[in-house]
Design a protein around this ligand. Structure first.
Ligand code: NAD
Length: 511
């Protein structure tokens, strides 16, 4: 088995030139998937029988084909199909072969996935190709390597072969995913559940339904018992109906902290295994000895890429007082170079927010920061010049942001960076940790000892120093209001398994 390729360490630089202005008439309308949405239940496609969920094109606001939700009876049917699939007793060889087929299916449709994701959520097409699809494939390849290298049945210690631990599937898994990395969030759950031996029901976000549909078409081609993978469409109520089903043994959720909290409460009623990947407000700490130009370019890219809609966005910059004004000058200069563009335009640019609700949320929080006394360095409320429709936001930087302001504490989920000065390492740590969230932390310094102290002191699930990206098999997840449990690599697979302790029976290697 080849080792998982490490993605290229990429420093995204914004283009040197400014925008040439939008060409909205060029956008083909409506942007719709060639495949109508269906449910996949017990190996057969079904027409959804629930209510209709409206959607709009992020770039044009034109109405798109609505998503039709599964009825409660169809959710029930999907869970029963998963229960009856028999995947719980599948062997390692079958699991690895199914995962390999999933990877092949996605690779073969990589361009269709990129086009679908770009149209559906409004991210630039090159970003969808390079990051959205590649991240998903890299995660799957890393899981494949990790699972292949680690047995599910092993001695507790080398000198006691009759005392074993066995990792066994917890049972039927409910997988609930968001829209912002639609393929990546699906495969992190489906790949892990498959390798763990859990049959599953996937309920994607209605705003990511086209991507989920294309993914289900890949799954249909895999040699799996019918009902191992089921797809139901719908919104929050469909997700809630799924979580509440008594046959669900595990719930893996990625989305907002508010929804995660309500899911955790519902899942606890049935003592279900719960994995929660939620929101973030991740600090990016710039010490005086960092390269300000590189740190600002990387920092802005980390905040703004994916149109500012990533859970681990470095959205809260903390800057040493000695380089504060220089950093803000750099920020204004770099943001002025940023290109706003339509999703299908090539190159590195920023596209629209995914929906009217998301756009209104970003605008509201940006205005609240200005009203609370933050200094607007660049950008501001309203659409970028030349854009009369579409959910476009002006990339913005707010300085002098203090911990009392909402923009310091709440997830904005758009291209808005907040900047706060600090006077000492202790103050930087206190500010960094002063948030309900704890997903990621970023540190920029030339001092290795300081980097190590910061990596230990930050109350987060993941720390990246000087722009070093995580390997695809590294655990992904947060602490506090950002999450419970981990996804990716072996950690993601074990999250869907129970540990059984067996003494007195030696493992039969043939089973
Ligand atoms: P959301 O919480 O609105 O929806 C996420 C999913 O949960 C959707 O499928 C939705 O239909 C479903 N859902 C919502 N309420 C539910 C309920 N009460 N019961 C069952 N299902 C329910 O989030 P979103 O807007 O789709 O995604 C954006 C959020 O996701 C952001 O907060 C972002 O930070 C977070 N996110 C986190 C990670 C991570 O790994 N930590 C990754 C990506 C996105």
């Amino acid at each position: 088995m080849p080792s998982a390729p490490r993605p290229e360490r990429r420093l995204t630089l914004w283009p040197e030139h400014s925008t040439t202005g939008p060409d909205l008439e060029r956008v083909p309308m409506p942007y719709d998937t060639a495949v109508p949405h269906r449910l996949l239940i017990g190996g057969a496609w079904e027409v959804a029988q629930g209510h209709s969920l409206p959607r709009c094109d992020p770039a044009t606001e034109a109405a798109r084909l609505p998503v039709i939700a599964a009825s409660d009876a169809q959710v029930l049917h999907a869970v029963r199909a998963a229960e009856a699939s028999g995947w719980q007793t599948s062997g390692r060889t079958h699991r690895l072969s199914a995962l390999a087929q999933m990877i092949e299916g996605i690779e073969a449709r990589a361009e269709s996935f990129a086009q679908t994701i770009s149209r559906e959520i409004g991210v630039p097409i090159d970003f969808a190709r390079r990051s959205q699809v590649e991240a998903a494939l890299n995660h799957l390849r890393a899981m494949q390597v990790a699972y292949d290298a680690t047995p599910d049945d092993m001695p507790v210690a080398p000198d006691c072969p009759a005392d074993r631990v066995r990792y066994e599937p917890v049972g039927v898994a409910a997988l609930i995913t968001p829209w912002n990395w639609p393929l990546n969030q699906i495969v992190l759950k489906v790949g892990a559940a498959l390798l763990a031996g859990c049959p599953m029901v996937l309920k994607p976000s209605e705003l990511g339904a086209d991507t989920a549909m294309l993914f289900a078409i890949c799954m249909e081609d895999i040699d799996l018992p019918p009902g191992t993978f089921n797809l139901v469409m719908g919104g929050a109520d469909t997700g809630a109906a799924l979580v509440a089903h008594p046959a669900i043994a595990a719930v893996s959720f990625t989305g907002s902290t508010r929804a995660g909290q309500s899911i955790a409460i519902a899942a606890a009623q049935g003592f279900r295994r719960t994995i929660l990947e939620m929101g973030g407000k991740s600090p990016n700490v710039l010490f005086e000895d960092c390269d300000v130009d590189t740190a600002m370019r990387q920092g802005l890219a980390h905040c703004f890429r994916n149109n500012g809609q990533s859970c681990n966005a470095a959205s809260r910059m903390l800057v040493a007082r000695g380089i504060y004004e220089k950093a803000l000058e750099k920020a204004a200069q770099i943001v002025a170079e940023i290109h706003i563009g339509l999703p299908d335009q090539p190159g590195d640019h920023i596209g629209p927010q995914v929906s009217a609700a998301q756009h209104a949320h970003v605008q509201h929080l940006l205005q609240s920061g200005i009203d609370a006394g933050a200094r607007l360095v660049v950008g501001g409320p309203g659409r970028p010049e030349g854009y009369t429709r579409g959910y476009f936001t002006r990339p913005s930087v707010l300085a002098d942001v203090t911990p009392e302001m909402r923009v310091f504490r709440e997830e904005i989920f758009g291209p808005v960076l907040t900047v706060t000065p600090f006077d000492s390492e202790a103050e930087a740590i206190a500010l960094a940790n002063d948030t309900p969230y704890g997903l990621a932390g970023y540190v920029q310094t030339a001092d290795a000892a300081c980097a190590d102290r910061m990596a230990r002191a930050l109350r987060v699930g993941m720390v990246q120093v000087n722009g070093q990206s995580r390997a695809p098999g590294a655990p992904f997840g947060g602490v506090k209001a950002s999450g419970v449990g981990r996804e990716a690599g072996l950690w993601g697979i074990r999250a869907f398994q129970d540990v059984k302790s067996i003494s007195g029976a030696v493992s039969d290697a043939s089973i």
